[in-house]
Design a protein around this ligand. Structure first.
Ligand SMILES: [Zn+2]
Length: 183
C-alpha cells in the first residue's frame, strides 16, 4: 500500500496541505480489502518535530475508515518516516556523516543537526543497519528503474551516489509507491 504521500517536504507544508487540500491524503482504496474511497475518520496526533524550537509539534495525521471491512488506515506526509522518531532529512544527514568516516560518538556529541538535538549512538547505529540490511533489495529496485544513477555498486557507494540524485525522503516515497516495504 502507498503509505507515504509524496511531495510534502516539511511539517509546515503538511499542516498547510491538511488545511487546504486534505483530499491529497485519502487513499484510492482500502489497503486491506481493496474497496474504493475510504472515509475520512478523524485524526490522530503524532510528535514529529524534534527541532529545538519544536514549533509544529504535535502534527495531526488523517485516519481513514473502510465501511466494507471496518479497518482503519492512515497516510504519512513524505517528511515523516513511518515508525521512526526522527524525519528522513535528519536520517540522511546522519548516514552521510557516518559514510564520510565520522564516528557514532562524534555524531551524538554534535551540538545540533538540522536544528535538532543529535540522536543517540544506538539510534544512528540502527539506521545504518536498517539501510544496510534492506539495501540489497532497495538497490536492486532503484537500479532497475534509474539505470543512469551511476556505476557505483554495493554498500555504501551506491547510496552516496543515489542521494546525490534524490533525497532519502523522495527515494523512500518512491519505494513505498512501488510495493517495497519501507519500515
Ligand atoms: Zn476495507
Amino acid at each position: 500500500m502507498h503509505r507515504i504521500v509524496a511531495g510534502i517536504p516539511t511539517l509546515k507544508h503538511h499542516c498547510d496541505t491538511l488545511a487546504r487540500d486534505s483530499e491529497r491524503y485519502r487513499p484510492t482504496q482500502c489497503p486491506h480489502c481493496g474497496l474504493g474511497h475510504p472515509w475520512l475518520h478523524g485524526h490522530y496526533t503524532r510528535k514529529a518535530d524534534r527541532t529545538t524550537s519544536g514549533q509544529e509539534n504535535p502534527v495531526p495525521i488523517s485516519r481513514f475508515f473502510c465501511r466494507n471491512c471496518g479497518h482503519t488506515c492512515s497516510r504519512l506526509p513524505s517528511c515523516i518516516a513511518p515508525r521512526r522518531w526522527y524525519g528522513w532529512a535528519l536520517q540522511q544527514t546522519v548516514l552521510m556523516l557516518l559514510w564520510t568516516g565520522l564516528s557514532l560518538y562524534a555524531i551524538s556529541s554534535l551540538p545540533a543537526l538540522l536544528d535538532t538535538s543529535p540522536p543517540c549512538r544506538s539510534t544512528c547505529r540502527r539506521w545504518w543497519r536498517w539501510l544496510q540490511g534492506g539495501g540489497a533489495e532497495f538497490e536492486f529496485r532503484l537500479r532497475s528503474a534509474f539505470p543512469d544513477w551511476g556505476r557505483a555498486v554495493g554498500w555504501p557507494d551506491f547510496w552516496v551516489s543515489a542521494l546525490r540524485q534524490r533525497s532519502l525522503s523522495a527515494i523512500m516515497t518512491w519505494l513505498d509507491h512501488h510495493a517495497v516495504s519501507v519500515p
